[in-house]
Design a protein around this ligand. Structure first.
Ligand SMILES: NC(=O)c1ccc[n+]([C@@H]2O[C@H](COP(=O)([O-])OP(=O)(O)OC[C@H]3O[C@@H](n4cnc5c(N)ncnc54)[C@H](OP(=O)(O)O)[C@@H]3O)[C@@H](O)[C@H]2O)c1
Length: 298
């Protein structure tokens, strides 16, 4: 199949793909930069796809992608789903929020859920899903505008601006009985502060650690990890790729929440393939307002 790329997904993990082998091999110098994308089939010798089909897969930072063989890893967009929605709430970040919170964090109604990177694509979905499941939700994000969006639009019970507030003091005030689930998108200092406030049988969901992705040396580990021992807690990581076969199950539950407005999906669309590196950097500068996409063709 020959695919015309239309939208590229910008994801913090791409920074890691450039740097080292991890859950996927590193992208080597001279290779096409790996990324999720949505494109349109232009020509096809695959019986399951015809020209005009909208498809998603790891098509990379390029105008056109050729998918050989059985077309593995290429899926059709559900008919009628807007492309940005398919790449945000119904895409990797929405699924990450859904499975990370529900499968790894296992929230129970009435519990207190704290999420870092809360105004981002993954974090904002985590907090809203936790709320729908009957939890108290507290978001940690950078800046007054993002914090106001969390409480006014996304229905979080409280928001903490880590750039201007004392996070430990605010968590002590907002979580007097401790944190039942800390959904970690940021790592570093914030993870340490959250560990120190873990409730009995608290869970830390290791989703990401964006604060360290640009570090040239490995940052020190969390000094408050013994809180897991004292509180009989659990800290568990996950990779969304392991859940992609269950995407349908998640979308079935997410779709009515989106339709009813219970789950607000913010998308930030930049334009032009030549702006790909600049657009990826927006994630690290906190400039993105929700899921970061790059539109490269109509
Ligand atoms: N485990 C998985 O399978 C999986 C899948 C998808 C994503 N993830 C992880 O989930 C996290 C969020 O990804 P996303 O795609 O949803 O991106 P995002 O949250 O939409 O964007 C990244 C956000 O991170 C925040 N940030 C950047 N540098 C920071 C720093 N030094 N300290 C604190 N916050 C910082 C910024 O928000 P502020 O303005 O609030 O600082 C920025 O908007 C990332 O860690 C990513 O690697 C994991």
């Amino acid at each position: 199949m020959l695919i015309r790329n239309l939208y590229l997904s910008m994801d913090p993990t791409q920074r890691g793909w450039m740097a080292r082998d991890s859950y996927l091999p590193a992208v080597k110098i001279g290779e096409v930069m790996r990324s999720f994308a949505v494109g349109r089939v232009e020509t096809s010798r695959h019986p399951g796809f015809v020209p005009g089909d909208l498809v998603q897969g790891m098509f990379g930072w390029q105008d056109y992608a050729v998918v050989a063989g059985e077309g593995r890893g290429v899926t059709k967009l559900p008919a009628g789903t807007p492309i940005p929605l398919a790449m945000s709430a119904f895409g990797a970040t929405g699924l990450t929020a859904y499975f990370g919170l529900l499968d790894v964090g296992r929230p129970v109604a009435g519990e207190t859920v704290v999420v870092s990177g809360a105004a981002g694509a993954t974090g904002s979905a985590v907090g809203q899903i936790a709320k729908i499941k009957g939890c108290r939700t507290i978001g940690i994000a950078g800046g007054a505008e993002k914090c106001a969006w969390l409480t006014r639009e996304a229905g979080f019970d409280a928001a903490i601006d880590y750039k201007s507030e004392d996070v430990a003091a605010r968590l002590a005030e907002l979580c007097p009985k401790g944190i039942d689930i800390y959904f970690d998108n940021v790592g570093g200092e914030l993870l340490d502060v959250a560990l120190a406030r873990l409730a009995m049988r608290g869970r830390v969901v290791l989703c990401g650690a964006i604060s360290g992705y640009n570090a040239t040396e490995m940052p020190p580990g969390p000094k408050n990890y013994l809180s897991l021992l004292i509180n009989r807690g659990r800290m568990e990581g996950f990779i969304i790729l392991d859940y992609l076969h269950r995407a349908g199950e998640a979308i079935q539950e997410l779709a009515p929440w989106i339709a009813s407005g219970q789950l607000k999906d913010r998308v930030d669309i930049q334009e032009g393939l030549e702006n790909a590196p600049k657009t990826l950097n927006r994630l690290f500068a906190g400039e993105n307002q929700g899921k970061q996409l790059l539109k490269i063709a109509d």
